[in-house]
Design a protein around this ligand. Sequence first.
Ligand code: T46
Length: 138
Amino acid sequence: MVANVSDLEFTPKGDARGKLIALESLTELVPFEIKRVYYIFDTTPGTVRGKHAHNVLKQVLICVSGACTIECEKPDGTKSEHRLDWPDRGLLIEGLVWRQMKDFSKDAVLLVLASEHYDESDYIRDYSEFKRQTSCCE
Ligand code: T46
């Protein structure tokens, strides 16, 4: 699978009452069927989470409250940093991408839409194993 990291911008349905964002499976912004939703909150200050890659999983990450930073590394070694600090922004991660999440604000709630059910065997949690598997791509 091709590795991809894309910043997303959602268009809120705004009116005098406030804003609403609706996301659906198999659309330009969520190009997979959503099989699982989870969220990360009440993160201990200074914590760095993630530090893994997935073989198959595709995800859209949205910080629906507060802010956090997602660091990504693609198989060709390209690194990128994405600050998610507003609910109308998201990050699509597909394929073999090393990722870690850091700099969580106290009120951060990181919502993740995922293409697969939870499967520990899809994780690569060892960075040297990620580099070994992607050594052909650099
Ligand atoms: C990812 C980043 C963005 C479950 O039982 N079910 C689940 O759906 C998930 C996601 C986790 N877990 C269990 C497994 C661990 O015992 O919850 C515990 C914490 O999971 P983990 O250490 O993998 O959490 P993060 O924040 O490092 O990573 C998570 C996702 O696992 C991962 O897919 O890309 O968020």
